[in-house]
Design a protein around this ligand. Sequence first.
Ligand SMILES: NC(=O)c1ccc[n+]([C@@H]2O[C@H](COP(=O)([O-])OP(=O)(O)OC[C@H]3O[C@@H](n4cnc5c(N)ncnc54)[C@H](OP(=O)(O)O)[C@@H]3O)[C@@H](O)[C@H]2O)c1
Length: 246
Amino acid sequence: MDLSNRVAVVTGSSSGIGLASAELFRKEGAVVVGVARHATPEARAAVGPQGRFIEADVSATGALPALFAEVERSLGKIDVLLVNAAVVKLTPLSETTPELFDEVVATNLRGAFFTLRAAIPHLKDGASVIFTTSYLNRIGFPGASVVSMTKAGLRALVRVAAAELGSRSIRVNALCPGAIATPLWSKLGLPADVLESAGAEITRQIPLGRWGSAAEVARAALFLASASSAYVNGIELGIDGGLRQV
Ligand SMILES: NC(=O)c1ccc[n+]([C@@H]2O[C@H](COP(=O)([O-])OP(=O)(O)OC[C@H]3O[C@@H](n4cnc5c(N)ncnc54)[C@H](OP(=O)(O)O)[C@@H]3O)[C@@H](O)[C@H]2O)c1
């Protein structure tokens, strides 16, 4: 699945699925622009010498138009946009504060929406746009109300964006990971024993009997990014070992 000479922008590229996707896109020939708040050595290495890492917070939506204008000015129009940056905070409904709600929405929904909004003038006709949603938008996972709402919102956005951008032959799809072993889980702030038992309970529900890896999700992202998926549009592709499919 060749991405030679394609310009690919990946948000949330400093860790997990975004990092693995940036690396894979580069290996497949793309010039990759990674975006995240922290310029880790891994994040810089993933984009390689031809690419660029831009330290930015997608919740600061006012800065996004200039970011994408700079990408086009330096590298040309964008062929692939992976809108992947997100934060996950778990809290019961009764304990959810307006501050937590706003923090999660600011990155996962508002940030994702305005990432696409800002990128639109800089997308090449025929580009592929991919949003990372989550299996959480299909279930009632206690404590995940705000995160699940943001991911359900992105599923809806994918449909509308596919309808609006189809006239420019731009495809818009969602990548929907199940339980994937990334640093995300350690950022939840859960005690180790709670994390372990929750993880075991999720594993029991996965037909393949194991969690996925960031590299496995990246391969699905590559499929949606490449010409291999030229007639795939508006879908949400589950990469979950069957977790939400059976
Ligand atoms: N892992 C799973 O089991 C799983 C399951 C379903 C869906 N997902 C989704 O998959 C995507 C990637 O998750 P992951 O597991 O790879 O998580 P991760 O390892 O925590 O990576 C999240 C990435 O988002 C970036 N990010 C967070 N807030 C940002 C902001 N305001 N501006 C710019 N970048 C920001 C982080 O970098 P900085 O901190 O450096 O900014 C990091 O690079 C997310 O959309 C997540 O919801 C993951």
